[in-house]
Design a protein around this ligand. Structure first.
Ligand code: GLP
Length: 261
């Protein structure tokens, strides 16, 4: 796991966008894993800008989103499928038919989750997964207590996550769904490269546990310590509790340019 401490969200967005663009240059039909939430927005803005400038094309790429609320109507602005269209896929040259997400309106939930796992596998697996992290250490919507071997399934959201996300629902906690479908931790672990972005002091404890805590279902993101290729891009505030921050800075500064992330 590599920790990169950068000045601000814009610098994080640029470095994350570099990874996506580098991948698409090498492999135009790459499979991207996309996260919602506010953390990846700077990355998506940068990708939309580069696509408009003709610097990158998503024309042959495919994308899978991480998670979805259960029960939000198809036209609800906070349905993650609509969020990702608004924030990224609708702003780049990626055909909507090449973007998939878990079906939060499925009548047969286990069948829909199994179908989603199959769709990812049939596409060849995710090449690059963009991730955020919840204040309680969740990735996707894998809340504390999630099996480290979990696959796409239904989850009950914690009160903390619903409080965190109420800002997207006009501050109305009751409007935040209680359940979601989410890729499991093992699903996320199967991605070939994971780029996790986090900003702000509210994420400092989760980032510390992710990188430096014991691997534990209590901090689900800590499972990424078992992944061979994870890049964690954080600002100073999100790095505020890292015990080895000085070492991470030195390492990144001394890194040969050819190595990339
Ligand atoms: C949300 C999403 C996650 C996201 C996380 C952090 O609930 N399900 O995919 O990474 O929580 O969100 P934010 O980036 O807005 O802080």
């Amino acid at each position: 796991m590599e920790i990169v401490i950068l000045d601000d969200a814009e610098a994080i967005g640029k470095l994350a966008a570099d990874q996506v663009c580098g991948l698409l240059a090498r492999k135009p039909d790459a499979v991207l894993g996309l996260a919602t939430g506010s953390s990846p927005l700077a990355t998506y803005d940068e990708l939309a800008r580069r696509c408009a400038a003709g610097e990158v094309s998503f024309g042959r790429a495919r994308a899978f989103t991480l998670d979805e609320y259960v029960g939000l109507p198809e036209d609800h602005p906070e349905r993650y499928r609509n969020v990702i269209d608004r924030e990224l896929t609708g702003r780049v040259d990626l055909d909507p038919s090449r973007v998939a997400g878990p079906d939060g309106l499925a009548e047969d939930v286990p069948a829909a989750c199994a179908a989603y796992e199959r769709a990812i596998a049939d596409a060849g697996g995710v090449d690059l997964q963009i991730l955020g992290i919840g204040t309680d250490g969740h990735i996707g919507f894998n809340e504390p207590g999630s099996s480290l071997a979990s696959r796409t399934r239904i989850q009950t959201l914690t009160r903390q996550t619903r409080l965190d996300n109420a800002r997207f629902f006009d501050g109305d906690l009751d409007a935040v769904p209680t359940h979601c479908l989410t890729q499991g931790l093992a699903t996320i672990m199967a991605a070939r490269h994971v780029v996790l972005v986090a900003t702000g002091s509210g994420k400092a404890q989760a980032v510390h546990q992710l990188a430096e805590g014991p691997v534990s279902a209590m901090w689900p993101a800590s499972v990424l310590q078992h992944h061979p290729h994870v890049s964690v891009l954080v600002d100073e505030a999100a790095a505020g509790r890292l015990q080895l921050a000085g070492y991470y800075r030195e390492t990144y500064l001394a890194k040969p340019a050819w190595q990339g992330l």
